[in-house]
Design a protein around this ligand. Structure first.
Ligand code: SF4
Length: 360
């Protein structure tokens, strides 16, 4: 497969105070599960998402009461808010007026041209972008008739159709998603989209499933796309608490060195040489580093025989030993630590490294 570096070659689109596209980073999004008009529940969920590392949040807007709740939600949250609208241009206008930082609507589904013009005019006036959401499961009838069934070419054609409508109105603050629940179809669609236009791409495998199955499926599909240099923002779609979506997204981005504000855990797979209760220690350390917003690599290893050498890339780590462990940095032992205080010593060192990073 030839290498495509689309990520840095896309246009830059502002969403609130964030920039999507044109740089080698992928912004994490999630979507609330509450009724949007229930402001208290929606804001509480958004606060939990913010704390987990979510950078942009989307809310559904099926009714007028949801659109009318946008101003109050906006007042109480700290990350950009995307409002998801299906067909109703009036809801789009209300959302834009209410302070949405981006709307998700397909211009081809709005109806008469004057309505599209009205929405585009409102977005331009407020300087907010539109995400075109192409979904393999809901392609336009003429595209399904042409291709027979949902194909990557059909999805790209649909995206270009919606893009053209916006470009004809001289609107270019566009982000595009090409979601499919079939992993191979999603990979092909995003790969073709990256060659077809330079608008930022919002990645996602839709209806991917429950926490476990959906995580594996999303990682398989999105990993193949991200590894080609494609994607500027992403949402992991899980049938689970949306906080889990953010945790999975962060972990996926860490795997590609694309999370600049998260610590990574390296834990040995364990074997017969193990000297400590590695599984519970690894879980404890993983939970501890979830709050660290610095790109620190932390290792937890089961024994001191091969331990430090096996985790040379770690900034800091511990290796288990009989009665005492080793604290090491970049593969070199720093000091011996008693087994019972080993994890606390590691946490202290992690905090020192994090502080040094924050001060930079
Ligand atoms: Fe086995 Fe030690 Fe390597 Fe862990 S670090 S896999 S316990 S040899």
């Amino acid at each position: 497969m030839s290498e495509i570096i689309h990520r840095t070659k896309t246009r830059q689109v502002k969403v609130g105070d964030l920039t999507i596209g044109g740089e080698d980073q992928i912004v994490i999004q999630s979507m609330t599960t509450t009724k949007t008009h229930d402001v208290e529940a929606t804001v509480a969920e958004i606060h939990r998402l913010e704390e987990a590392g979510c950078q942009i949040v989307r809310v559904a807007c099926p009714r007028e009461e949801d659109a009318l709740a946008i101003p109050e939600i906006k007042k109480q949250i700290n990350i950009p808010l995307v409002v998801d609208i299906h067909f109703d241009y009036k809801l789009a206008l209300l959302a834009v007026e209410g302070g949405a930082d981006k709307i998700r609507i397909n211009p081809g589904n709005i109806g008469r041209r004057e309505r599209v013009e009205e929405v585009v005019k409102a977005c331009k006036a407020k300087g907010i972008p539109i995400r075109i959401g192409v979904n393999a499961g809901s392609l336009e009838r003429h595209i399904i008739e042409k291709y027979g069934y949902p194909t990557a070419d059909g999805m790209v054609e649909s995206a270009l159709h919606h893009i053209q409508i916006l470009e004809d109105l001289d609107f270019h603050d566009i982000i595009v998603s090409m979601k499919a629940s079939d992993v191979n179809l999603a990979i092909e669609a995003y790969t073709k989209a990256a060659k077809a236009f330079d608008y930022p791409l919002h990645l996602g495998i839709t209806e991917s499933g429950t926490l476990f199955a959906g995580t594996v499926k999303s990682a398989a599909g999105l990993g193949a796309i991200i590894s080609q240099g494609i994607g500027n923002t992403l949402r992991i779609s899980l049938s689970a608490d949306p906080v889990e979506e953010v945790k999975v997204a962060k972990e996926l981005l860490k795997s590609y060195g694309l999370a600049s504000n998260a610590a990574t855990l390296i834990a040995c797979p364990t074997c017969g040489r193990i000297e400590i209760d590695l599984i519970s220690i690894a879980n404890e350390v993983e939970e501890y580093i979830a709050k660290i917003q610095a790109p620190i690599k932390v290792a937890v290893l089961g024994c001191a025989v091969n331990g430090p050498g096996e985790a040379r890339e770690a900034d800091i780590g511990i290796a288990g030993g009989r009665d005492e462990g080793l604290l090491f940095m970049h593969g070199e032992t720093v000091r011996k630590v008693p087994e019972e205080t080993m994890v606390d010593e590691l946490k202290k060192e992690i905090d020192i490294l994090a502080e040094a990073h924050y001060e930079k």
